[in-house]
Design a protein around this ligand. Structure first.
Ligand SMILES: Nc1ncnc2c1ncn2[C@@H]1O[C@H](COP(=O)(O)OP(=O)(O)OP(=O)(O)O)[C@@H](O)[C@H]1O
Length: 342
């Protein structure tokens, strides 16, 4: 008898061939493979009828194997989170790196039931999961702060907002760029945990430094980060004038300090709200991007800041899609109205 050439039911090849078929029928923008454990990447095609295959892993060895096979690799942080969250985080990473576009349809193949087995397949439309998520927003600010530095800072902020520390919500303020002028408008609040380290030992592009920032975020004050990513100082009190600034009602002194320092310097400021984990990016005294925590998957969706009070400026808009009807915040405080504290 001729042996059956079709892959055995339940094998990775079979799920992958179903994914290929589904991706082509649905006009998907990609197939994302997320195995829970090692996989023989020779079994995975690099594309299916023109639909590219992407693979996410936290393991350096797996990532090398993925790249060696010619598959697009997505590097994710190691995580014990449920699969839904891990898929979301991998998709966020893919979109942030311009590998997939918000709104695209993606077929995801993953280990749903058994670790080390590719046994599940799902179709996700990114628009539903990850609206407003785009690296374009950060790239548009490259002139102010290099993309890699800003992305490292924003990612750290998003993680602080999502994870908190030891079960407690944590807020944070990170001022990035124009460090000399920023430092001149701040003073120490006490002990600076970064003092005494060499420059290359305190760069936000280094994952260990980002972990340290998450720990130190529990202390009062702001981080000051240079354009190249060096943490120049931590636990600084910002002393910049607030007169003439306008902010959404409900934002407290941390947010006002961010608005103030960006109004008088060429820095950007990234604020994590301790109250709800929302991350806001400030430029020129205004909120230009808001990243709200996604309730269910506990991942982030990036949103436009147009619900904040200031109208967009054409030079800033830079291709960002605006969706004026979603997620409006409360009306703005009047110019000069004192910030609430707490
Ligand atoms: N001028 C400032 N410079 C640096 N850090 C500041 C400044 N003002 C406030 N902060 C930081 O913000 C913290 C909390 O302030 P507050 O609760 O008023 O902020 P908020 O804007 O309401 O933000 P959250 O949503 O996190 O509560 C302070 O404990 C301090 O660490």
């Amino acid at each position: 008898m001729t042996p059956n050439a079709a892959p055995k039911l339940g094998t990775p090849q079979q799920v992958l061939s179903l994914a290929c078929e589904a991706a082509q029928r649905l006009g998907a923008a990609g197939i994302l493979v997320i195995p829970d454990g090692p996989l023989d990447w020779d079994l995975v095609p690099t594309s299916c009828g023109g639909v590219p295959v992407l693979a996410a892993s936290a393991s350096d060895r797996q990532l090398d194997a993925i790249r060696g096979r010619g598959i697009v690799a997505i590097e994710v942080e190691p995580s014990e989170a449920a699969i839904a969250e891990r898929i979301t985080l991998a998709l966020i990473e893919a979109v942030a790196n311009d590998l997939l576009k918000a709104g695209a349809r993606v077929v995801v193949v993953y280990s749903g039931f058994e670790a080390e087995a590719l046994d599940s397949l799902t179709v996700i439309r990114l628009g539903e999961h990850l609206e407003r998520l785009t690296a374009r927003d950060l790239r548009a600010l490259e002139e102010w702060v290099p993309f890699e530095t800003l992305k490292a800072v924003v990612d750290t902020a998003v993680e602080i907002g999502r994870e908190g520390r030891e079960g407690k919500a944590v807020g944070s303020l990170i001022v990035v760029g124009d460090a000399r002028n920023v430092l001149a408008r701040t003073r120490p609040l006490g002990f600076d945990p970064f003092k005494g380290y060499r420059r290359k030992e305190r760069n936000v592009r280094d994952v260990r430094v980002r972990e340290a920032i998450k720990e130190i975020a529990q202390m009062d004050g702001a981080f000051v980060v240079a354009r190249d990513g060096t943490v120049e100082a931590a636990c600084r009190l910002i002393d910049a004038p607030m007169a003439g600034l306008t902010l959404t009602k409900g934002l407290g002194t941390r947010h006002w300090a961010a608005a103030a320092i960006t109004a008088v310097t060429k820095a950007l400021a990234v604020v994590v709200s301790q109250s709800n984990g929302t991350v806001r990016l400030f430029q020129d005294g205004e909120v230009i991007l808001r990243i709200a925590p996604m309730r269910h998957a506990r991942a982030m969706k990036w949103q436009d800041a147009d619900s904040e009070p200031s109208p967009p400026r054409p030079d800033r808009d830079n291709g960002r899609d605006r969706d004026r009807d979603r997620d409006r915040e409360k009306p703005a405080a009047k110019p000069g109205e004192p910030p609430r504290s707490g």
